[in-house]
Design a protein around this ligand. Structure first.
Ligand SMILES: [Zn+2]
Length: 324
């Protein structure tokens, strides 16, 4: 039976093969490289035969996340040997610890803003990005979502984290930060992937600048209601010369900014209906707003009530900032 949407394409395998060939030119006759090339060729043959991504023991599809991390995998997780299973588990735990170490300080108050966030990967490792960074008296904030799932998405998320932080430290304007981050993404070997990002700079006087690269709308709750700030550009990494735009607003004490990933708005009820942005807007109605943590708790409570018994299938990140 033909499989639907594999996490690995023929192109991915061919890119991998070309890289191995290149290494072989440097390390001539390296046994490990030649045997990896054989494995890639055998994966390509399985793709032709329509058996790629199926476990050789049970013939069931190999877990997407695992196959994306190891495109040469021939067995599902259940049918790996004990030694392979142990190695995989310890790799995953290490990756999740590294990822947790990249998260910003919880409850950070800086530059006249108080903040809180929730970061909940669907699996051990996630592809969401959440960051807060104080630079030169300004608060930089970001929530992003990297394409793909699991370990490979987690690696890209840490790549985005490092890029964003390095660019902020260079005192660049926000549109320039996005332009360069997108270029780094595009020119890296990970070019088949992209990331959506909502980020901004919040100042002590209440001025906030946003740049939203293909990400879900940012919500701003103030005395006059909830405002939706829509994407100002395409996702990062689609084209090397992509340009980005910013938009600004001025917020008063008590006003709250909410950034989130689609794990929140696309959470589904048992009948398959999406939670959606309108329900989210109701949760952060100015009348319901308290602290940033209270705002996040209210959104999660509402979403979980809607989702009921349905399991979390996507990474979930929510970041709230409130002007003091
Ligand atoms: Zn199996």
């Amino acid at each position: 039976m033909a499989q639907q949407s594999l996490p690995v394409t023929r192109e991915d395998l061919l890119v991998r093969r070309a890289k191995l060939e290149k290494s072989l030119a440097v390390f001539t006759d390296d046994h490990q490289i030649t045997s990896l090339i054989d494995e890639v060729d055998s994966a390509l043959e399985r793709m032709d035969a329509g058996t790629y991504g199926l476990c050789e023991t049970c013939h069931e599809p190999i877990e997407d996340e695992y196959l994306a991390a190891d495109p040469l995998a021939r067995f599902c997780i259940e049918h790996l040997s004990t030694a392979e299973k142990d190695a995989l588990t310890s790799d995953l735990l290490l990756a999740s610890q590294i990822q947790a170490g990249l998260l910003p300080q919880q409850g950070l108050c800086a530059a006249g803003w108080e903040t809180a966030y929730l970061y909940r990967p669907a699996k051990i490792v996630g592809g969401d990005y959440c960051d807060l960074l104080v630079h030169d008296g300004r608060l930089y904030f970001a929530v992003g979502d990297v394409s793909g799932k699991g370990v490979s998405a987690g690696l890209l998320m840490s790549h985005l984290h490092a890029t964003f932080r390095a660019l902020v430290a260079q005192d660049l304007p926000l549109n320039e930060i996005l332009f360069r981050a997108s270029r780094v993404f595009c020119e890296s070997s990970l070019s088949e992937r992209f990331a959506t990002l909502a980020c901004g700079i919040a100042r002590d006087d209440g001025r906030v600048e946003f740049a939203i690269a293909g990400h879900t709308p940012v919500l701003v709750a103030g005395a006059s209601g909830v405002q939706k700030i829509k994407a100002t550009g395409l996702p990062l990494g689609l084209f090397c010369e992509e340009r980005f735009f910013t938009t600004g607003t001025s917020l008063a004490p008590g006003d709250t900014i909410l950034l989130y990933t689609d794990g929140l708005t696309e959470a589904e009820s048992p009948s398959g209906e999406e939670f959606g942005i309108d329900r989210l807007i109701d949760c952060i109605n100015p009348g319901n707003i308290s602290s940033p943590q209270g705002t996040i708790d209210a959104c999660v409570r509402e979403m979980e009530g809607f989702r009921k018994s349905r399991k979390q299938s996507d990474d979930l990140t929510i970041l709230a900032l409130r002007k003091v």
